[in-house]
Design a protein around this ligand. Structure first.
Ligand code: NAD
Ligand code: 3PG
Length: 634
């Protein structure tokens, strides 16, 4: 088969803001005027003239003349500009260098920019120098730009149309560009299609008249079934990032060419049901609940990234049944939580909060009563996972005796001692800190009965999940003096955004540190997560690897080489693999690698095949009974 046949239309490509991300002449002005005190003003005027010319608001030729007059550039500035433009080639053009170099006879650059800087940049990606049509500068003897070659048709209004007419191309002609003058080639009847290129800028007036929108060069190539770097254009794949995840995440997806939407707060169920319809990847933190109802609206969703540790806010089983892989960041913020827990336990055991509050009221209360060291005290941790174990080590280094209770067998670090029941842990500890996961069964594991078991004057901390503690019982225990100090970072009901008010029975109680779920909110942790989770999601999207997923059969796949990769997710029922293999045998498709992993709900089969196959073969694979989702990578 060949989904990649080249039907060979002539492709006319604009340069500024299409082939490169920027407008060459504007950048030349910024370079040439570097030492001019009026630089910003003049560059602003030039940009304004460029915009007006590109959107068709003013005569292009007049705008160009005015821009050259404002510029005051020379040859050395052009050299600098070329080096700069080499770093500003549009991502999708860089990705598709092979297409550009293998189809040089069909591709032309037609630009109102200048050959002096376009030719060196475009030819490096395979464009023929004699296929670059653009304006040319006039220089004086010192190399200063003094004007433009007015004999060149491109310096005139309607120049691109005249140029195209002169080219006399026979066959289909498609134009890709971001400006109105690019569209005019189609309007004149000389080109068959106009693709408004929006990877760098989106001009309303241009998009409105376009036959198609090309969000990237891959998008254009996909639309025309031409050879491309991405099996499916990433610019067509929508990524929705909620809850103000670190900008590193936005950058990671944008650099790969995805269509990314960034939202500061969380969304409620109804909003999410609406917004998720066309989303393929969603990034959330602890406040966004991905419920069964949300997933029912998420027909395109392939992966969920929890930019945090907890995944209790996601219906993991339902996601798996729908073939949606969920990833989180299990370690990136653990140290931050540990540091906050250590800080809080010292402040609480020293009774610092009331003392600090009094100072703010102008009261001096120097006394040692009710203030203790943590050294020698017993720290009791419920949950000895990633955070519990780290806290254990740091607390021991401060001279605490560490005890823990975990419902599964865990290796003690250092001198930490495991106790066999929760009740025992609660009754022996001076400081109690909760580090259990947020599964439903952990709801209210600490309530009145458990507070009654604790020592009088205990210090109590919860930095795990809000629903784990009965807040009313905690408030009573604080009021009665049973709990001498409490540090609470997580609550059964938390505001979705910083604009919503916080309500709790703990407000106003003495020696209580309340924090707005910021255990993992440090710059370091958020940045780590901002790199870690997108890397996992991208590996899944680009390569099929699901290693580290919390709900999906985990496979770590080799890089795809000289093959096409089929990713088949199916209900875990007997016989699917056999059926798939039968199709391969019957259709004579050569398998170069095969991987299978299952979990209780689904099977994940990855098959690398040689590139010779038919559309019918793909259709048969998609139609195998039990198929949940199928996609291909190459
Ligand atoms: N406050 C924050 O900003 C913040 C930041 C990161 C993590 N967290 C939360 O902290 C908690 C701990 O994170 P982690 O990375 O250490 O998780 P983890 O999964 O590594 O460890 C949790 C441990 O708790 C144990 N456990 C679960 N339920 C238990 C129970 N009822 N009794 C005894 N042991 C039980 C598990 O066996 C496991 O060993 C999670 O709820 C996570 O969501 C909060
Ligand atoms: O699960 C976590 O990692 C923490 O609860 C942090 O959640 P957040 O990213 O919403 O602050």
């Amino acid at each position: 088969m060949s989904t990649l046949t080249l039907t060979s239309p002539y492709i006319i490509i604009d340069f500024d803001s299409t082939f490169t991300k920027v407008e060459g002449l504007d950048e030349l002005a910024a370079i040439a005027l570097a030492n001019n005190p009026e630089r910003e003003k003049i560059v602003g005027q030039i940009r304004n003239l460029t915009d007006k010319g590109m959107s068709g608001e003013m005569s292009f030729a007049e705008g160009l003349r005015q821009r050259i007059d404002l510029l005051s550039g020379n040859r050395s500035h052009i050299e600098e500009l070329i080096s700069f433009l080499r770093t500003k080639v549009s991502d999708s053009f860089l990705r598709n260098k092979q297409f550009l170099s293998e189809n040089t006879d069909q591709i032309y650059i037609v630009s109102s920019g200048f050959k002096e800087f376009i030719v060196p940049v475009a030819t490096e990606l395979g464009i023929r120098a004699d296929h670059v049509f653009a304006n040319e500068f006039l220089f004086d003897e010192e190399g200063n730009i003094v004007g433009i070659d007015t004999d060149n048709v491109l310096s005139t209004d309607g120049g691109k149309i005249k140029l195209l007419e002169n080219l006399k191309l026979e066959g289909e002609v498609y134009v890709i560009g971001d400006g109105y003058t690019d569209y005019q080639m189609k309007e004149s009847g000389l080109a068959d299609r106009f693709y408004a290129f929006t990877e760098n800028v989106e001009r309303e007036k241009v998009v409105a008249v376009a036959d198609h929108i090309a969000t990237s060069l891959d998008d254009f190539l996909f639309d025309n079934k031409l050879m491309r770097s991405q099996s499916y254009p990433k610019s067509r794949i929508k990524v929705l990032l909620l809850e103000n995840v670190h900008p590193a995440a936005l950058k990671a997806f944008e650099e790969e060419g995805f269509n990314v939407e960034f939202v500061k707060g969380a969304l409620d169920e109804d909003e999410l049901c609406e917004r998720i319809k066309d989303v393929s990847i969603i990034g959330i933190r602890s406040k966004t609940n991905i419920t069964k109802k949300v997933l029912e609206h998420a027909n395109k969703l392939m992966a969920i990234g929890a930019f945090c540790i907890g995944t209790n806010q996601i219906d993991l089983d339902e996601a798996a049944k729908r073939g949606i892989a969920v990833f989180n960041a299990p370690y990136s913020n653990t140290r931050s939580v540990v540091e906050l827990a250590i800080g809080e336990m010292i402040l609480l055991i020293r009774n610092i909060v009331p003392k600090s509050n009094m100072m703010h009221e102008g009261k001096w209360d120097k006394s040692a009563n009710g203030s203790f060291e943590v050294r020698g005290k017993k720290l009791g941790m419920v949950g000895y996972g990633s955070i519990g174990t780290q806290l254990s080590v740091v607390a021991e280094a401060m001279g605490m005796e560490v005890f823990f209770y975990d419902e599964i067998e865990k290796l003690s670090l250092g001198n930490a001692r495991k106790v066999s029941t929760l009740d025992e842990l609660l009754s022996i500890s001076d400081v109690i800190s909760l580090h259990v996961d947020g599964r439903k069964e952990n709801t209210n594991i600490i309530g009145k009965r458990e507070f009654d078991l604790m020592k009088d004057g205990v210090i109590f901390m919860n930095l795990s999940r809000g629903h784990v503690v009965d807040i009313k019982a905690l408030a009573e225990a604080i009021k009665s003096g049973k709990v001498a100090g409490a540090g609470v970072d997580v609550f059964p009901k938390e505001p979705k955004t910083n604009k919503e008010a916080f309500e709790s029975e703990l407000i106003g109680l003495p020696n209580v540190i309340l924090t707005p779920h910021i255990g993992g909110s440090t710059e370091e942790a958020q940045e780590n997560i901002g790199h870690f989770v997108p890397a996992k999601l991208l590996e899944f999207m680009n390569n099929g690897s699901s290693y580290g997923s919390v709900n999906f059969p985990e496979v770590q796949l080799p890089k795809l080489k000289d093959s096409h990769r089929l990713l088949h997710i199916h209900a875990n029922v007997p016989g699917v693999l056999a059926k798939l293999n039968r199709i391969f045998a019957d259709t004579n498709v050569n398998i170069t690698g095969q991987y299978l992993k299952t979990n209780e709900h689904i099977g994940y089969v990855i098959v690398d095949i040689s590139k010779k196959y038919t559309e019918e073969f793909i259709q048969m694979v998609k139609e195998v009974d039990g198929t949940i989702r199928f996609r291909m990578l190459y």
